[in-house]
Design a protein around this ligand. Sequence first.
Ligand SMILES: Cc1ncc(COP(=O)(O)O)c(C=O)c1O
Length: 393
Amino acid sequence: MRTDPLAYLGQELDSLREQKLYRHLRILDDEQKAHTTVDHRSVVNLSSNNYLGLTTHPKLRQAALKAIEQYGVGTGSVRTIAGTMDIHMELERRLAEFKKVEKVVVFQSGFTANAGTVSAILSKEDVVISDELNHASIIDGCRLSRATIKVFRHKDVDAARRIITGLPASQRKLLITDGVFSMDGDLGPLPALCALAEETGCIMMVDDAHASGVFGRNGRGTVDHFDMHGRVDIQVGTLSKAIGALGGYVAGNTNLIEFLYHRARPFLFSTSHPPSVVLTCIAAIDVLMDEPDIIERLWENTRFFKEGLRRLGFDTGLSESPITPVIAGEGAKAMMLSDKLFERGVFAQGIAYPTVAKDRARVRTIVTATHTREDLQYALDQFAAVGRELGLI
Ligand SMILES: Cc1ncc(COP(=O)(O)O)c(C=O)c1O
């Protein structure tokens, strides 16, 4: 009989079980909403990236239905062969106008936008200077490019400068940061990094996945928030989080975007968005422009919830965004905090190593514009009870 060549994977899983880090997928029995049903339990949902509640917005729902009626359910091709409909071009035009750039290209996800862009624009003679907490999609893009990867301490602009000044002036360099860091909710130091990039001739790139729809006027992102228009060469945004649907995009000048049309591998080798996603995203831009008060509600809820956690005495790190980590320490403790909250009707996922440092495991919370004050107060009360039980406060 043939022995299973994948048996080692079972051993890895056993090791996760021993460390109490094995996770079952939680199953949503309802829509992605602020208050929903997960694994048959009614919960306040603090785990989604649905910052503005757009996953269920009536205008987006209508747009998706209309798209299916008018264009069918799929495109049947990659963008560069037969999968570019007029609505794909319209979405890119609308995003370029929204982001105040020359041009935008839409990818299948934020992940492929980052990985596809970094790997396309760099080669093995080049260098990437990257924040240590940048997203996995940036790291994968760097690896695929075969460029040398130099990592600087989180948000440490002087450390980035030391790396850059130690490199030959003629070498091509990409300086890259997340706009909002996804596990800590803090902001990349964009003004200082832009100044450094200008001084040293680096290409400046920001991944604004968690800032899209959240920071800046009408949710234009951190470049708008810090008033850095024209100073960031490559902006990545996502359509999968606050925008409520799916996709990613790269915003920049015409040369960049046309080059990506020719060389970005996910764009060239993976089928384009179905029409329903495309028209949903266009409807979402309309909502950002016409109903900016939802973004204000997101921030009011963020302030209320963050303040509540801090008042209770939790370590919430240095978050400046609606992502608020509740630090538990060891991985097993974070998972216990998450599980006990869930039993009490609060869904907040535990995050452990290797996603975050071994001693900084946490429960990550994200409030949305559509949580009610009652939802958030209920969640705070449960955090207080479980936090005391586990000795975290
Ligand atoms: C910082 C960051 N960049 C990129 C992505 C990828 O975005 P998407 O979910 O659209 O693939 C994520 C999502 O997890 C993220 O947190």
